[in-house]
Design a protein around this ligand. Structure first.
Ligand SMILES: [Zn+2]
Length: 310
């Protein structure tokens, strides 16, 4: 079995306008890094479109139509000050959802060893009733519900190492003990949520990190809080919100991680997936806005995924 990489042409057409950090250039940089010789073994898959039924696993009907009806025939529309849609954004958003659900299908049916979804738009800020923070639909939350509904996986863990707290993912599951959400993030920072005291029904594990925190503080938080929580939870599937904006060179935040930290947490999560979830792990792209840091970090993450594969 191999690591599968999901992408789709529409991800390169979701135009957020001049100067927007969540740009098409991000995915071009990642794909260039993954075109290196060492990634020859990566199995490349075109993401199918997600379905309305999948969207409804997390989002309210009114919110789904609010987003899709905002898509313009030309030009750009701001859903909020940060979140921009243009003519191809709806197609991209549907394929981003479809990518993560298809990756779950591939991993659960043992066609793929694990998977990385190189999607745009990202998803973890999208709440059940509100698109925000560059995110239209919550790709990873929908995939968690899809795994439960389609594959009967009872306990799904979502680990989010994006520098921003995944308020949308937390909101989707804070009353549902069947999904564990664990996040490391700069705090206080956008979007304002993510305090350690936000624990849901005992299923939310927030590791807030002060600006300037580097490798040591990050790894300590993961080791002391997140890994033991995952051990106790014994998930049947691990989903990863892989944002790379906690990198020291990222322009949108002030943590001080580097590529080695992203490789490290990937290896730790793979080991846990191996122990509790028959190796089942699906990762999806969230943030990361310095193109070079993003490309190198995503490559380190995917390298760790492929190295686990026999
Ligand atoms: Zn982020």
């Amino acid at each position: 079995m191999s690591t599968w990489y999901f992408s789709h042409p529409s991800f390169f057409k979701h135009d957020t306008g001049e100067g927007h950090p969540e740009s098409i250039q991000r995915l071009l940089a990642i794909e260039k890094a993954l075109s290196a010789e060492e990634f020859q073994g990566l199995v490349r898959k075109e993401a199918p479109a997600g379905t309305h039924e999948q969207l409804r696993l997390v989002h309210k009907e009114g919110e789904i139509s609010h987003v899709l009806e905002a898509i313009p025939r030309s030009g750009e529309v701001h859903i909020d000050p940060d979140t921009v849609v243009s003519p191809d954004s709806g197609t991209a958003a549907m394929h981003a959802v479809g990518a993560v659900c298809a990756a779950v299908d591939a991993v659960v049916t043992r066609q793929a060893a694990n998977a990385f979804c190189g999607v745009r738009p990202p998803g973890h800020h999208a709440e059940p009733g509100r698109a925000m923070g560059f995110c239209l639909f919550n790709n990873v939350a929908i995939a968690a519900r899809h795994a439960q509904k389609q594959h009967g996986i009872e306990r799904v863990a979502i680990v989010d190492f994006d520098v921003h707290h995944g308020n949308g993912t937390q909101a989707a599951f804070q009353n549902d003990a069947s999904v564990l959400y664990a996040s490391t993030h700069q705090y206080p920072w956008y979007p304002g949520t993510g305090a350690a005291e936000e624990t849901g029904v005992g299923n939310i594990f927030n590791v807030p990190l002060r600006a300037g925190t580097g490798s040591q503080g990050f790894r300590q938080g993961v080791r002391e809080k997140i890994l033991p929580a995952l051990e106790r939870f014994q998930p049947g599937l691990i989903l990863v919100s892989a944002g790379f904006d906690a990198h020291r060179d990222d322009p949108l935040a002030s943590l001080e991680l580097d590529e080695a930290d992203f490789a490290w947490i990937t290896e730790e999560l793979l080991a846990l997936a191996e122990k509790h979830a028959a190796g089942r792990l699906v990762s999806t792209l969230e943030g990361g806005y310095n193109l070079r840091a993003l490309a190198n970090s995503a490559a380190a993450h995917v390298r760790a995924l492929t190295e686990k594969v026999s």
